[in-house]
Design a protein around this ligand. Structure first.
Ligand SMILES: C[S@@+](CC[C@H](N)C(=O)[O-])C[C@H]1O[C@@H](n2cnc3c(N)ncnc32)[C@H](O)[C@@H]1O
Length: 223
């Protein structure tokens, strides 16, 4: 597994430069993050696992008093702290690996866990462990918001996959396990969450918004 702190990404050499800002704008342009943010319920404490440069955190910070973002990419954590999350009260950005971070958390500690395009950077068995740990730290009646690139419809998934390959393998703007991606279907995620005891609901954002990429959200509520 490629360790992010040693990853020689193109953008790491241009930290704080135009390429970082451009990356944020492109992510906002290609991903319906306003719609994802609108699906995040109000709660006392929100945990965003794989928070990147903090785009989602910034969108919900005005209505959630405590937010913790976790990401293993030091460059993205710096971007979050120094730019989008700068001066936001109640926001903490922690640099670290998700499973290691979750292992130190008590049960039922947060009202909402968000994973937005994070899991696909991890092999399926790691994804299952992250989901299980996320559910463990979720309070009763808490919500897990899982934004993914769905594997259907096939045409839209191919577009999404090409985009991901460009970002991870060609431009190397983001870090994943050996720079590989492991997309799973929304059905696979809904099954995982149901097995973990959550009631699930699927929103095919690409259909609602007539979007060319296969954006989808799987919502899970702990009963
Ligand atoms: C596509 S970016 C999305 C960032 C943010 N969630 C958003 O919606 O803008 C995925 C992020 O997850 C982080 N990530 C993936 N797997 C991780 C892991 N196991 N531990 C920590 N961070 C991880 C990556 O470093 C990357 O910043």
């Amino acid at each position: 597994m490629l360790h992010p702190s040693t990853a020689d990404t193109v953008s790491s050499r241009f930290m704080g430069s135009w390429i970082d800002r451009a990356q944020t704008r492109i992510r906002e342009w290609l991903t319906p993050l306003d719609r994802v943010a609108a699906m995040i319920p109000d709660c006392d404490h929100l945990l965003e696992l794989g928070c990147g440069q903090g785009i989602l955190i910034r969108k919900v910070a005005a209505r959630i008093p405590r937010i913790t973002g976790v990401d293993y990419d030091p460059r993205k954590c710096a971007m979050a702290r120094e730019d989008l999350c700068r001066g936001l009260p109640g926001v903490t950005v922690v640099q670290g690996e998700i499973l290691t971070f979750l292992a130190a958390m008590p049960d039922h500690a947060v009202g909402c866990v968000v994973l937005a395009d994070t899991l696909a950077s991890n092999p399926p068995h790691v994804q299952e462990r992250i989901l299980a740990e996320s559910v463990r730290v979720l309070a009763r009646s808490g919500t897990l918001v899982l934004k993914i690139m769905d594997t259907t419809p096939v045409g839209k998934f191919v577009c999404s996959r090409l985009l991901s390959e460009l970002i991870y393998r060609v431009l190397r703007l983001s870090v994943s396990s050996d720079q590989r991606l492991f997309h799973q279907s929304s059905v696979w995620y809904a099954d995982c969450l149901a097995r973990l005891g959550l009631t699930t609901q699927l929103a095919a954002l690409h259909r609602l918004l007539n979007h060319p990429f296969s954006h989808a959200v799987v919502l899970g509520v702990r009963v």
